[in-house]
Write a protein that binds this ligand. Sequence first.
Ligand code: SF4
Length: 202
Amino acid sequence: MADLTTSPLQSPSETMQHPGAIFIQLHTFCNAKCINCPHPFTYGQKGMHPKGIMEEKVWNKIVQDIKSMEYRNQIGLYLQQEPLLDSTIFKKIKQINEETQAFVVVSTNGSLLDEKMRKNLIESSLQTVHININSADKEQYEKMTGLVFERTINNVKSFVNEAADKIHIEINCPVLPEVDTDKLIRLFPNIKVTTVQIKILT
Ligand code: SF4
């Protein structure tokens, strides 16, 4: 899942030594078709790049490198894909927590956050989840993402209720100018909702 934010959590001395965030793409797949995302042209139907899943030996090498460099900042397990499509992600989050000094941030479109997924994600003890929702209007949302509005909103509301005191959650909204951002903010009254206006180039 693409995201527009970065970690604010490093001190100036840490910034000199390490990047504030390292992003690791565990696979190249997504269940959405967001009109603001280049995924169709990278790993989607019109994609130019090879599609696939990271091999375990590559993952373990990355973890060892993170550990040996004593990296203490953000590991973002996302980019141009939906991270919750990978059932190994929970084990990998725990591995980062247990074997390194880094912390994990995930950015998701939220549609897959069913009961089992919410439980696994909360138990993995990641630090932050960013959830990207493009509109509080069903028709707009479904046109912009190809996802089912009620499913996403119900799952995200349940996740916010169950995880709010355990995980830092932010709702990030890449919105078109015509989207009612106040309606979006009212939908999640207890969570920071950040809206960023986007323009689709034709
Ligand atoms: S969910 Fe994220 S990665 Fe997938 S199409 Fe939308 S913006 Fe792109």
